[in-house]
Ligand binder design. Sequence first.
Ligand code: NAP
Length: 351
Amino acid sequence: MDKTKPILVTGASGYIANWIIKLLLDQGCTVYGTVRDPDKAKSVQPLRDIAAQAPAGTLKLFKADLLDPASFDEAMAGCEVVMHTASPFVVRGFKDANEALIRPAVEGTRHVLEAVNRTISVKRVVLTSSVAAVFGDNADLKDIARDRFDETDWNKSSSEHHQPYSYSKFLAEKEAWNIYNAQDRWHLVTINPSMVGGPALNKTSRSTSIDTLRSMGTGKLWPGVPKMRLGWVDVRDVAQAHVEAAFRSDAQGRHIVSNGEPTMLEIANILKKHYPKGYRFPVMELPKFVVKWFGSVLDSSVTPRFVEQNVGHPLKFDNSRSQTRLGLSYRPLEQTFVEHFQQMLKDGLIK
Ligand code: NAP
C-alpha cells in the first residue's frame, strides 16, 4: 500500500478511531476523517489536538452520516485504504433497537462499501467489526466443538430483542462480506475486538466499554458484580491491529483482537491493588438469582435471559491469528485497566 495516499477513517471522533488516527499521523500519513458534526467541539477539538501534536501527518475532517448514502464519496476520493469504524456502540437508553443500532450499523456499512465500489483508488477496506459478530452469549461456547471461539465462528444467538448491539455487528459484518464477494477490486480485512479498555484521548468519549470500566470506580457496582467473564483488549493494541491490517500486504480475512477474559471481580481486584483506598470497588460476586431479579432494574440490558446465558459461563477467544498474521504483541491487561483508571481520574471522570 502507498502510505503517501490519504487514508479514510470513518467515525473519526470515536474512542478507537482517535487512537488509529494518532498512530497514522505519528507515521506521517495523511488522514481523512469523517464526523457527523464537524462543528461539535467536544468531539472534534481533541482530534485537532492530536493532529497538532503529531510530528508529521495531516488530518482533514469531512461531514458524513451513516444513514446518508452519498455522504462518504467526497472524503474517500483518492484514498487507497478505508477504515470503517463508525457504528453506534450503546446497549441501553434506547427504545427502538432497529433505529438506534441495527439500521445505522448495517445501512452505514452498505453506504460506505457502495462508495468504495464507486471509488476506484480504494484497494483495501479495514472494517471494525467485533467479537459480537463471532458469538452472542457466553453459553454459545458449549455449542462448538472447541474450548474457545475463533474466526470460523459466527454469532447465532443474538436478535433485535436479545443482545441487539451484537446483532447489529453480526449483520453489519455479514453485509460487508456479501458486498466484498460481489466484486474483485478491493480487499476486506476485519478487526474483531472484544471489550476495549485503556486511556481515551477524548475525555468525553462515551463508548459502552468505557462506561463499564468507569462504573467500577464510581461505586455504581458496589458491593457486588455478576460472576461474568468478558473478553478485554487495550485500545492501543486495537488501533495497532487496524494499522497492520491496512499496510501488511498479505492481510486478509477476520482477526479476533482480544487479550484475556477476566471476571468483573478480577478487574476490580486489579484496580484495588493499585488504588487500595478511596474507591468503592465491587468486593464480591453476587449470586445468579440476585442478578436475575435485580439486574434489569439497575440496567435494562441485563435481562433474565442475558443473565441465564452469560453469568457463570466460561469464555475464551483464540487470538493467535492476530499475533501471527498482524504481528500483534498485546499489552498486559493490568496495564490497560490501571492506565485507563488513571486517565479517568486525571480527567475528572471519577471523583
Ligand atoms: P464510540 O466512541 O462510541 O465511537 C462510535 C463512532 O461511531 C463515533 O465516532 C460516532 O460518531 C460514530 N457514529 C455513530 N452513529 C453514527 C452515524 N449515524 N453516522 C456517522 N457516525 C456515527 O465507540 P468505539 O468504542 O470507538 O467504537 C468504534 C467501533 O468499534 C464501532 O464499530 C464498535 O462497534 C467497534 N467496537 C468497539 C468495542 C469497544 O469495546 N469499544 C469493541 C468491539 C468493537 P459521533 O461522534 O458523531 O457520535
